[in-house]
Design a protein around this ligand. Sequence first.
Ligand code: ZN
Length: 193
Amino acid sequence: MSSDGKKVMDILGKSRALLSGHFLLTSGLHSNRYVQCALVLQYPNYAAFLASEIAKKFGNKKIDAVVSPAIGGIVIGQEVARVLKARSLFAERDEGRLTLRRGFELRNGERVLVVEDVLTTGGSVKEIIKIVRKSGAKLAGVGSIVNRSIKSLNFNAPVHSVVKLKIKTFDSQNCPLCKQGIPVVKPGSRKLK
Ligand code: ZN
């Protein structure tokens, strides 16, 4: 791992954004790792560092606007936009669909970078890409702090994630960590201390 890669893992661990253990996810599945980027982004200097790691991959792309899905993508999107001297917009759910509200607009021909905190299935990013195309803007790339996708994601644009994580998930009936008798914890609960 590069020295930057080590620094990233170090700050994710220090801020408890990335934990190893035995976790109950909101999906009901169990996992051996848990990532909550809000915990690293609560430290603005860490947010700025992670944003610079994303931005440097897209610095030559003349990005006009960064678009992020609310809520998770907003903070990192804003920081990336600051580095790239681009506008920062976010899309939020309206009747289940990601939508640009609040008067946010993309203009014809603008070059857009989509920024997310964690890429898992890429579903939110794909929804934003539809918004980008519909507005006549151009997708220049996709950036994220963490990529925990199992299959490789194809957005027909360059993708850069600061860290790639392998997170194993298990159903509770078939969880090796349960079989070892390790207590399961729900992330964000006090038990985690
Ligand atoms: Zn388990």
